[in-house]
Design a protein around this ligand. Structure first.
Ligand SMILES: [Zn+2]
Length: 78
C-alpha cells in the first residue's frame, strides 16, 4: 500500500540556512547550515559553500527529519 504521495518536484533537496560566519580555511563568508548524511548517520553541519570546510558538525536526530510518535517527552515531565 502506498502511504506517501509521489513528490511533485522534479528534484528534492534540503534547505540550507545562511550562517553569519567566516570560513577559517579560505576566508569565504558563504557559510550555510544543513543536515548531511555521512559516516555515523545524520549530522547537523555548518559548511563553507566555497571549499566545503566544516565549521561545525554535531550529531543530528538518528532518523533525520522523521520523529516517530511517542518518542518525545514533554519538558514539564522531566
Ligand atoms: Zn572555505
Amino acid at each position: 500500500m502506498q502511504t506517501f504521495p509521489r513528490p511533485a518536484q522534479e528534484r528534492l533537496y534540503v534547505e540550507r540556512e545562511p550562517v553569519d560566519a567566516t570560513c577559517p580555511e579560505c576566508g569565504g563568508t558563504d557559510v550555510k547550515a544543513y543536515r548531511v548524511l555521512s559516516e555515523g548517520g545524520w549530522w547537523q553541519a555548518e559548511k563553507c559553500q566555497d571549499c566545503l570546510a566544516s565549521l561545525s558538525r554535531v550529531p543530528a536526530p538518528a532518523l533525520g527529519s522523521y520523529v516517530p510518535l511517542g518518542t518525545t517527552v514533554p519538558s514539564e515531565a522531566r
